[in-house]
Design a protein around this ligand. Structure first.
Ligand SMILES: C[S@@+](CC[C@H](N)C(=O)[O-])C[C@H]1O[C@@H](n2cnc3c(N)ncnc32)[C@H](O)[C@@H]1O
Length: 328
């Protein structure tokens, strides 16, 4: 790091609001609107702080649709400095603690909104789920994979009305669906009973803390769930935890898009995910990631990611793939 860069980074850190921003971005990826509410400062002011910190190499900025998000930068000398400063911040300091609590409250508000959305719209879900995409294309891909290699035990996280458990039923021996919404689960039970699926059960639970032992399932699916997650990385980590060695994780979600009205009207939290974003999270969980399947749609494109937990034999030999390898 040259002298000017060191000075620039120190100046960018050496101010109370910016230190608070640094502490918040060390925990989460945060957008300007959340930061404005937490810090109680005007948007132009917060944006100025963010620009300074980004220019100094402390934060990185990324886009989701029209929104800018910020997180601590992971590479470069300024990032090392940022990490060291975050490490030095006193645990339990009152101001920082209250920032953290405000952030937590914002997340909880959004989670309530999503829970309410599914409570209110459960009876309509069958119609709503096909509103933006042609489900049959996705289902054909999933069915193809399961037909090729059936599952002994399949877990569907965020199972909703149980559609995935229902269509894949001929290709697994024991199915489990988890969802937080009572209303969605009641419909799932009725749908599975109507379809004569007796080897699957559904229960209430959180996708962030599955009440299930490690390495239990040989297929785990997350179908159109991740874009509702406050913390998608934590959901994938939990899904990977319950995957047996050799097991497959299948994630279906939207590619990045700009349909902001889906956040307002249908409680979406994220405007889709890029291939890199999902692949990097899966790689961080120790999984081997295959090329995603890309399904273009009229308004929204869908991606289907498939990753595997290496078996114990493979572990010493195979390393998680790099991005270049995934794409080659
Ligand atoms: C878009 S629906 C998808 C349902 C189903 N996978 C499908 O494709 O029809 C998302 C589901 O995720 C569930 N969900 C949202 N947040 C959750 C959480 N924190 N824990 C468990 N389930 C959650 C919702 O209740 C809802 O049923």
């Amino acid at each position: 790091m040259i002298m000017n860069d060191v000075l620039g980074a120190l100046k960018a850190i050496g101010e109370e609001t910016r230190l608070r921003i640094l502490a918040l971005c060390a925990r989460d990826q945060i957008n300007v609107s959340d930061l404005t509410q937490i810090l109680g400062q005007s948007q132009p002011r917060v944006s100025r702080h963010l620009k300074l910190m980004t220019d100094a190499g402390l934060l990185e900025r990324f886009r989701e649709g029209p929104f800018a998000y910020f997180r601590l930068r992971r590479d470069g000398d300024a990032a090392k400095l940022a990490e060291a400063v975050v490490h030095l911040l006193p645990q339990g300091e009152r101001g920082l603690e209250s920032d953290r609590r405000r952030l937590q409250a914002l997340k909880e508000q959004r989670e309530h909104r999503i829970a309410n959305y599914f409570r209110e719209n459960a009876p309509e879900w069958h119609r709503l789920r096909s509103l933006h995409i042609d489900d049959s294309k996705i289902e054909r891909v999933l069915l193809g994979w399961l037909r090729e290699k059936p599952a002994r035990s399949l877990l569907d996280i965020g199972t909703g009305t149980g559609r995935i458990l229902e269509i894949l039923a001929p290709h697994y021996q024991r199915g489990t669906g988890i969802d937080q919404s009572h209303e969605m689960l009641s419909l799932a039970r009725a749908n599975l009973a109507r379809a004569g699926v007796r080897h699957a059960e559904v229960r209430q639970g959180s996708m962030y803390a599955l009440d299930l032992p490690d390495e239990t399932f040989d297929v785990v699916t997350l179908h159109q769930v991740l874009h509702y997650a406050e913390d998608p990385q934590a959901v994938l980590e939990e899904a990977a935890r319950v995957l047996q060695p050799g097991g497959r994780l299948i994630v279906v979600d939207f590619a990045p898009h700009e349909l902001v009205h889906l956040q307002r009207e249908h409680a979406h939290r994220h405007l889709g995910f890029s291939d890199d974003q999902i692949a990097n999270w899966l790689i961080a969980d120790g999984l081997l990631v295959n090329q995603p399947h890309y399904l273009p749609g009229e308004k929204l494109d869908v991606m289907v990611w498939r990753a595997e937990r290496p078996t114990s034999v493979e572990t010493g030999v195979l390393k998680p793939r790099t991005q270049a390898e995934i794409r080659s």
